[in-house]
Design a protein around this ligand. Structure first.
Ligand code: NAP
Length: 270
């Protein structure tokens, strides 16, 4: 049980809701420990049904909180930080999941000594399988960092990184699920092309990804070694792999991660 009070700004959105569900689902908090905010009153209906506090007034929400989780889009974040800054003090921890926003950019808008950590989760928070990168700002204590890690461990795996890696964590961990959805879709299309029923093809494609991922994680083997183990010389798998390389699968994926990483770095400048 986390003995803290939480304000989740933008907590009615996709990421905020998933974090809230993770904390409630793990019984790390009871609803009365949490207040969520949204821009529109209509967005607060669902959180209220969970029994948490809900308001469109961000200042009111942060006033009683020990931890403020900022879950809004980059274009809204700076205005909200300016709005709540006067309400914040040294005892509070701000955890921002805002893409592209550095801890320094958050810190310099808040009173000195407010701790700021940053997290980059992904959409798999919804099934408690996120890969979340967490980094500390200049003023974050070890206890605060541990708390930030604990929150995201409720919805998946966590890697603590230096802040200079956060754009890369966005390009791979944050954007990665969408790349994999494309891969699953395309594998399923392949199955349909060779005659499999659509539902069966989609199920097979998704389970193939899950099974292969589980092997990499649970064996600790390099993916290339696992690939070699199942690629019989002169067999059918090597023909498929050769075709993938002919179409540039490796460079396409490398390029996708690099391009999304660069975009994450430009997000607040465009
Ligand atoms: N989705 C992902 O996979 C993902 C992954 C990693 C990081 N992120 C980052 O997480 C952040 C949130 O993304 P999301 O997908 O959760 O967005 P979302 O579903 O659109 O939710 C954003 C929420 O912010 C609320 N909001 C906007 N202005 C506000 C204000 N002035 N005061 C209080 N609440 C306000 C909105 O309220 P209303 O509903 O009333 O409009 C909405 O509930 C973004 O910075 C995104 O880049 C997202």
């Amino acid at each position: 049980m986390l003995d803290r009070r939480f304000a989740i700004i933008g907590g009615a959105g996709k990421i905020g809701t998933a974090i809230l569900n993770g904390m409630l689902g793990q019984r790390a908090v009871v609803p009365s420990q949490v207040v969520v905010t949204a821009r529109h009153e209509s967005s607060l209906v669902a959180p209220r049904e969970l029994g948490v506090g809900a308001t469109t007034d961000n200042c009111e929400a942060v006033r009683g909180a020990d931890v403020i989780v900022l879950c809004v889009h980059p274009e809204d974040a700076l205005k909200i930080l300016d709005e709540v800054a006067a309400e914040l003090s040294a005892r509070q921890l701000v955890i921002s999941v805002v893409t592209g926003l550095s801890t320094t950019a958050v810190e310099c808008r808040l009173p000195p000594d407010v701790s700021v950590a940053r997290a980059m989760p992904n959409t798999a928070l919804h099934v408690a399988q996120s890969m979340t990168a967490v980094c500390r700002g200049a003023r974050v204590s070890d206890d605060d960092l541990r708390l930030a890690v604990q929150i995201f461990e409720m919805v998946g795996e966590v890697e603590v990184l230096d802040e200079r890696h956060m754009n890369a964590a966005t390009g791979l961990g944050g954007c990665g699920p969408a790349f994999v959805f494309k891969i699953i879709e395309a594998l399923a299309e392949g199955g349909v092309k060779v005659g499999l029923p659509r539902e069966a093809a989609r199920k097979m494609a998704a389970q193939v990804l899950r099974g292969a991922s589980e092997m990499v994680i649970s064996t600790g083997k390099h993916p290339a070694a696992l690939k070699d183990e199942v690629t019989t010389p002169g067999g059918c798998t090597i023909d498929g792999i050769a075709k993938l390389e002919q179409h540039g699968i490796s460079i396409a994926l490398i390029d996708a991660v690099e391009t999304s990483t660069c975009k994450a770095g430009r997000l607040l400048r465009e």
